[in-house]
Design a protein around this ligand. Structure first.
Ligand code: NDP
Length: 293
């Protein structure tokens, strides 16, 4: 009999965690505090970015957060965008600022991300926050890596001491996730994984052999179906971060037949995606707690 992997159901877990977040928000508003507020900034007409911002806005409203979306035309200048960020930095109703990436090519992404005041940097992209995360005193956990860690922890996948392979080393996913998973947990850094972590990338020799070492294999590449069953240790937990458009469907980096080898598997869609948005709400509430008390 073919045994299928246990589903790491990000949609269901996201609903549970959003319930916890909504209760925290309700507690704050009942105590007479301002609702946590997220300001999203979207420049241009990229359809995928528009979809992400819509989902984030809707999730905020459904859970009692305040949410505003600033839609700017493609031809917005860097200095106009910096002016808006300065206004949002000073706005007491805004606790989290999200600049949806990618920005148009004529705008320097680094300059914009560094302009967001670190206290409201709920994506955890500002160098100050990346530094704090790296030394084990995170102000915020970055949303997608935190979503992955929550999926593993709440489904009781053993992490501490185990071999983790992260495929992908981007600043948004692979690098911060590998840092979180290898760190020692402390009171300041409860999501740290205490794992033995290998980071693979496009220059890695014999990727299949490296992946087969993993008790937990995380795919964050952006190539549909590139992790095949022969690359997975039987019983391993496989987390698929990839989101790739194939025809009319979204598919992950992990081939479907991996479900017959893995012990746990996160689906696409319905895995890491809903968790990412949920951890953005989590960070916005954390920012409100840090700023307003
Ligand atoms: P990047 O393109 O920034 O990084 C991709 C990484 O994959 C790079 O480190 C690259 O290596 C590595 N890579 C590329 N080809 C190979 C290969 N053949 N073998 C091994 N490694 C390879 O992507 P992101 O990290 O931003 O995103 C990764 C995926 O995750 C995308 O599909 C994205 O859409 C998705 N994503 C999903 C989110 C969600 O919420 N579900 C959130 C964020 C991203 P090198 O560094 O050498 O170039």
């Amino acid at each position: 009999m073919l045994v299928m992997a246990q589903l790491l159901d990000g949609k269901a877990l996201a609903a549970t965690i959003r319930g916890e977040i909504a209760a925290r928000v309700a507690g704050r508003t009942q105590a007479g505090k301002r609702p946590p507020g997220l300001a999203a900034v979207l420049v241009g007409n990229d359809p995928a970015s528009q979809g992400y911002v819509r989902s984030k806005h809707k999730a905020c409203l459904e859970n009692g957060l305040h949410s505003t979306v600033h839609r700017l035309p493609e031809e917005t200048t860097q200095s106009q965008l910096l002016d808006l960020i300065e206004q949002l930095n000073a706005d007491a109703t805004v606790h989290g600022i999200l600049v949806q990436l990618p920005l148009p090519r004529h705008i320097e992404t680094d300059a914009i991300l560094r302009a967001v005041t670190p206290a409201k940097d709920v994506d955890c992209f500002h160098p100050e926050n990346v530094g704090l995360l790296t030394i084990g005193f995170p102000r915020f956990y970055p949303c997608t890596p935190h979503g992955v860690v929550q999926l593993l922890n709440r489904y009781n996948v053993p992490v501490a001491g185990h071999e983790v392979v992260v495929v992908g080393r981007s600043d948004i996913v692979g690098k911060p996730l590998s840092i979180m998973l290898m760190q020692k947990p402390t009171a300041h850094n409860p999501a740290a994984g205490d794992a033995t972590v290998t980071v693979a990338h496009s220059r890695t020799h014999d990727l299949a052999a490296v992946c087969r070492r993993a008790d937990i294999l995380i795919a964050a590449v952006g190539q549909a179906g590139m992790i095949t069953a022969d690359m997975v240790k039987p019983g391993a937990a496989v987390v698929d971060v990839g989101t790739n458009r194939v025809g009319n469907a979204w598919v992950g980096d992990v081939a479907p037949e991996v479900a017959t080898v893995a012990g746990w598997l996160s689906p696409v869609p319905g895995g890491v995606g809903p968790m990412t948005i949920t951890m953005l709400l989590y960070n916005t509430v954390a920012a409100a707690e840090q700023i307003d008390g």
